[in-house]
Design a protein around this ligand. Structure first.
Ligand code: BJW
Length: 243
């Protein structure tokens, strides 16, 4: 049997599947990944300038304009065939009394726009800015149109609602992702390098529970050694064949 047949068997046998996605999931929609040596965002920008509390404190305008540009870019693109395949998989599973949950590191909304309900946005969202002081959330469209409003409650600055290096992940998203991975009987890992903790520990947890792991990635990743089946290819090519 081929790797895709092995993987398809795992998918059809599973009753609680978790799909764990990273930047490669959205690459074919036109959103760059972070760590591609040529096209990745970190090839062009210093992560500590744009995605750290220190960078935010030193130049809020620069950080806001980068995130506002990224939010606008996401608004201009569409979910790809991989996002759509995952949404179809969840619908088909529900009809059979099975569950498919999406846990993503991505800050875009392409899973939702494809029709998936995202159980956990581990690294936040481009569309959920919040107050840097009282953490009150602000309405998304305000941030995209004018990313520098003050918090209506306490007057402090609004900040992008994403998780920067050195920050804790949102507690509820992390708890929900941990629970889902503990309870799942199949983990599908799509388009992540698996180098950013603690998100990258989720596949390790599945593996230590004996849960099978399918990885979809055109390249080997830090998580490939944990995979039961590695499907070499892109999300938009492989996921429609898998489901
Ligand atoms: C395709 C494809 C296609 C291409 N189809 N696939 C333990 C050890 C070492 C360090 C740490 C540790 N614990 C914590 C740390 C520090 C740090 C960390 O992990 N650093 C490592 C990088 C060294 N972690 C943190 O700071 C985290 N916080 C934390 O741990 O708090 C506790 C703490 C507090 C204080 C002190 C210490 C600990 C927070 C991490 C936040 C990450 N934030 C970012 C930015 C989010 C906002 C934004 O978008 O701007 O999240 S960084 C960036 O990386 C982003 C992503 O979600 C994340 C993961 O990247 P991802 O998705 O894997 O993308 P890539 O580019 O890396 O990979 C793409 C993959 O796709 C590749 O494999 C391609 O081959 C593949 N691909 N095309 C399918 N078409």
């Amino acid at each position: 049997m081929s790797a895709i047949d092995d993987a398809a068997r795992l998918v059809s046998d599973a009753s609680r599947t978790v799909v764990f996605t990273g930047a490669g999931m959205s690459a074919e929609s036109g959103i760059p990944t972070f760590r591609d040596a040529l096209t990745g965002m970190w090839a062009e920008h210093d992560p500590m300038t744009l995605a750290s509390p220190e960078g935010w404190r030193s130049d809020r305008d620069l950080v806001w304009s980068w995130y506002a540009d990224r939010a606008r870019q996401v608004r201009l693109v569409e979910p790809n065939d991989g996002h759509l395949a995952l949404a179809r998989l969840a619908v088909a599973a529900r009809i059979d009394g099975r569950a498919v949950s999406v846990v993503t590191q991505n800050v875009d909304d392409l899973h939702e726009r494809a029709g998936s309900a995202v159980a956990s946005h581990l690294h936040g969202s481009l569309f959920a800015p919040r107050c840097e002081s009282c953490r009150r959330p602000e309405h998304a469209d305000v941030a995209v149109a004018d990313p520098r409003p003050a918090c209506p409650l306490c007057g402090a600055s609004m900040r992008p609602g994403v998780v920067w290096f050195g920050e804790l992940l949102p507690r509820d998203d992390w708890s929900e992702a941990s629970r889902l991975v503990e309870e799942c009987d199949l983990l599908i890992v799509v388009g992540t390098s698996g180098v950013v903790q603690p998100a990258a520990s989720l596949p390790e947890r599945a593996r230590s529970n004996g849960t099978p792991i399918i990885e979809v990635n055109p390249e080997p990743s830090a998580l490939t050694p944990l995979a039961t089946v590695h499907l070499e290819g892109t999300a938009a090519e492989v996921l429609p064949r898998l489901v």
